[in-house]
Ligand binder design. Structure first.
Ligand SMILES: Nc1ncnc2c1ncn2[C@@H]1O[C@H](COP(=O)(O)OP(=O)(O)O)[C@@H](O)[C@H]1O
Ligand SMILES: C[C@@](O)(CCOP(=O)(O)O)CC(=O)O
Length: 415
């Protein structure tokens, strides 16, 4: 029996969501709530007569089984029809034409294997299952490159996904999902493109990921392709911070990606990060599209807002590099308020977000939305835990909260 398990953290964007899609800087931290994926091939005895591959999405209480032979034939045929263009998925920005074509076929195949009521009721689950099949297609593509191995490709018996990150509220679950699935598949089939990692020592002494930097770069590359399935044109920040972990200043520019590690906000201070969930569901993809269309149609109004947000992220990053002084929290709060005001102007706030913000203000705290907005979560820097009265007021209004647990660890190969 071969089993591989990977886990990847969620994230909180401290400053710069949305503007990061438009090539500005964002400051982001990984949080120790993780999405775990296990891929298993069973022994003959455990498998019995079944020749199916089961995908279990625990958070959606959904499981789906595919006839392995049918699935493999589907993947191989799809690959044969599009092999010459597959490389375009690995460009810095995956080619949208080939990705859309592949996803259309994959979604049709997935839908025809699900009961009709399941498909309409579980749009998000169907999307996740389709994304897993895309990663399996990438694995078949890699196998196909090695002469003689194509037919040896064996689909696993089980793929199980579970997460402790609240889904769809701005905490980067699709990024964590993509990192864990791709890490698992790359390691299950030992598909790493170079052998370098075998001699490479871990870059950090305390890195318990059991993955080399080269392997993480590869996971991040695959995960970004997956993120494009969920979000069409993401910045890549979610998969990046989930894969590499830590507090990061991230920027995706035409000249390439730049990332600096090491903000120190949670060291040597009693600063905590409060996360309040408005409970209002929304789709990140729609919010990103809304901002894109604003930037395109009202370019003159939008550009100064995006530049201001870049400036905010850069100033916040400088603050986070220094030692935490008596005035640091006040300066951070001012940037939080300014960033929220920019997000309001971009049109990604919501009545629920404003309601959380006014409760926070009542208790002399400052907050901003985090992630895609339109609902989802609000964050607030706090010295210590929230007062019981604040907690009670948030609950009275139907909002839940938690203190985000910081982690420096990105994707981990658990076993
Ligand atoms: N644990 C999971 N299991 C299955 N699918 C998941 C899981 N986590 C995330 N996803 C997929 O990612 C989508 C949420 O992505 P996104 O809109 O980026 O939300 P978030 O704000 O959480 O990042 C879900 O609708 C689902 O399709
Ligand atoms: C709005 C955005 O900046 C962050 C989205 O975060 P989330 O998927 O809502 O967790 C989009 C992106 O960076 O691709």
């Amino acid at each position: 029996m071969l089993t591989r398990t990977c886990s990847s953290p969620g994230k909180v964007i401290l400053f710069g969501e949305h503007s990061v899609v438009h090539e500005k800087s964002a400051v982001v931290t990984s949080i120790d709530l993780r999405t775990t994926v296990t891929i298993r091939s069973l022994t003959h005895h455990d498998r019995g007569d079944s020749d199916k591959m089961k995908i279990e999405l625990r958070d959606f209480s959904t499981s789906v089984s595919f006839e392995k032979q049918e699935l493999f034939l589907f993947l191989r045929t799809l690959l044969r029809s599009h092999k010459s263009k597959m490389m375009q998925l690995f460009f810095d920005r995956p080619d949208a034409g080939i990705l859309d074509t592949l996803m259309e076929s994959i979604r049709t195949f997935v839908s025809s294997n699900l009961h009709k009521d399941e498909v309409s009721a579980h749009y998000n689950a169907t999307n996740s299952i389709s994304c897993i099949l895309l990663f399996l297609l990438l694995a078949v593509y890699r196998f196909d490159d090695c002469p003689g191995t194509g037919l040896d490709f064996c689909l696993p018996d089980e793929i199980v996904i579970s997460s402790r990150i609240p889904i769809g509220c701005g905490l980067g679950t699709s990024g964590a999902f993509c990192c864990s699935v791709s890490g698992c598949i790359l390691s299950f089939y030992d598909l790493w493109s170079s052998d370098e990692h075998k001699s490479e020592t871990q870059t950090k002494e305390d890195d318990n990921s059991k993955l080399s930097q080269t392997q993480k770069i590869e996971i991040n590359k695959w995960a970004f392709i997956g993120e494009c399935v969920f979000h069409a044109r993401p910045s890549g920040v979610d998969n990046f911070v989930s894969c590499f972990g830590n507090i990061v200043k991230y920027r995706q520019a035409p000249t390439g990606l730049t990332a600096e590690f090491g903000g120190k906000i949670f060291e040597g201070s009693d600063i905590k990060l409060l996360v309040v969930n408005t409970g209002k569901p929304r789709q990140t993809r729609e919010m990103v599209e809304k901002v894109r269309s604003f930037v395109e149609t009202e370019n003159e109004a939008a550009l100064p807002i995006l530049s201001e947000m870049d400036e905010i992220s850069n100033r916040a990053w400088d603050l986070l590099q220094g030692t935490f002084g008596s005035d640091t929290k006040g300066k951070l709060d001012a940037l939080v308020v300014q960033n929220q005001s920019c997000l309001e102007k971009l049109g990604v706030s919501s009545p629920e977000i404003r309601s959380v913000l006014s409760i926070l203000e009542e208790f002399r705290h400052c907050g901003k939305l985090t992630g895609g907005g339109g609902g989802g979560c609000v964050i607030c820097f706090m010295e210590g835990d929230p007062a019981p009265e604040l907690s009670a007021t948030l609950h009275e209004h139907g909002f839940t909260w938690f203190i985000a647990p910081f982690t420096p660890f990105g994707t981990i190969l658990e076993s």
